[in-house]
Design a protein around this ligand. Structure first.
Ligand code: FAQ
Length: 314
């Protein structure tokens, strides 16, 4: 005979699991707030991976060589894979994938602001891989220790693949920097456009971050938005120096007392506008995703019909 656990016992078990730094698994009881926060973060992350295929996907047909095309194809395909993993992780919390997609294409769920900027030249492929994947790695390596098991485990593989993304991009930028003056200018221009939006990827400043305190207490997040932003700046400045590009911030300076780089103010109004749907490419990104979803309707119908037939044949 099994004794029924009261809500209080379940809550205590949850608190102990978090306290002891163990993982919460799909079979475990969780408070509603934890479930909602996890679904929100995982869904936003999944949507970012899926929408994030578009800016670089824009250059697949125009890659300058077969080698660059093969690398870019593999990277964009990895992002699709990350999105699918993450939707599966959200499903373990009771979310419905079709519902999440519906929320994305009707603008009721967010995705990262960074993917609402255009990719104007092939150097943007390098800038995205270096800065955007770099920021993603910085943010996601600590998430490998996130309290929700399926999310933390997905993050391990995602981070490994993103390391490859970052390296291929740095190699691409290095190659361009050794090329003609026009190529060097192209790299500098891409870095100028992607630097500040990359800093926005870490979320609003801590004082304005609605979710950080609770997510840190639940060990979903291991560091605050500002801590990770600073880590990213500290990590990237020497890489920019090695590459021979300047980061577009006149206030960027080593602060020996703090042991960190100081940097200028982020334009939070711009970020708010982009998150609110008014960035340069928001409408285009969502329209493209909506169209792809509609175009894929026959595939979903065929798969469902096949599954039905197989079940009937049993
Ligand atoms: N854009 O209270 P907080 C990638 C939202 S990497 C849009 O601080 P939280 C790889 C936030 O969700 C990009 N919305 O929130 C790749 C919250 O929404 P609410 C994706 C943003 O969750 C590379 C509200 O503002 N990475 O895809 C942004 O504690 C290259 C208040 O913010 C992840 O999702 C933003 N930048 O911290 C793919 C990582 N920032 O409550 C292709 C996992 C915040 O209104 C190519 N996520 N918001 O619904 C996280 O670590 C966290 O969710 C943060 C935000 C740090 C992003």
């Amino acid at each position: 005979m099994t004794a029924t656990l009261s809500e209080k016992d379940l809550e205590q078990h949850f608190e102990h699991t978090i306290e002891k730094d163990q993982r919460i698994e799909p079979r475990d009881w969780v408070p509603e707030g934890y479930r909602k926060t996890m679904i929100r973060q995982i869904a936003q992350h999944a949507h970012s991976e899926i929408i994030g295929m578009q800016p670089e996907g824009n250059w697949i047909t125009r890659a300058p060589s077969l080698r660059r095309k093969a690398i870019l194809l593999a990277k964009v395909q990895d992002e699709a894979g990350h999105g699918l993993y993450l939707y599966s992780a959200a499903e373990t919390l009771g979310a419905d994938r079709a519902d999440l997609t519906e929320k994305l294409i009707t603008g009721r769920q967010k995705y990262s602001s960074i993917f609402n900027y255009p990719t104007l030249t092939f150097a943007d492929v390098g800038a995205i891989g270096w800065l955007v994947d770099g920021a993603a790695i910085c943010n996601q390596v600590p998430l490998c220790r996130s309290s929700y098991g399926p999310y933390a485990r997905a993050m391990i593989r995602i981070c490994k693949e993103e390391s490859f993304h970052q390296r291929q991009a740095y190699e691409l930028l290095m190659t361009m920097m050794k090329g003609t003056q026009a190529q060097r200018d192209m790299v500098q221009d891409a870095v100028n456009r992607f630097w500040w939006p990359s800093l926005m990827m870490f979320g609003p400043p801590d004082a304005e971050s609605a979710n950080t305190a609770q997510s840190m207490a639940w060990k979903i997040k291991r560091h605050t938005n500002d801590e990770l932003r600073q880590r990213f700046v500290d990590m990237t400045v020497p890489q920019a120096e090695a590459l021979g590009v300047t980061l577009p911030d006149p206030d960027l300076k080593w602060n020996a007392e703090r042991g960190h780089y100081d940097f200028g103010p982020v334009d939070w109004d711009e970020m708010k506008q982009v998150v609110a749907g008014n960035g340069p490419c928001n409408a285009e990104r969502l329209a493209r995703r909506r169209q792809a979803h509609e175009d894929g309707a026959w595939v979903r119908e065929a798969a469902a019909a096949h599954a039905r037939k197989m079940a009937e044949a049993k």
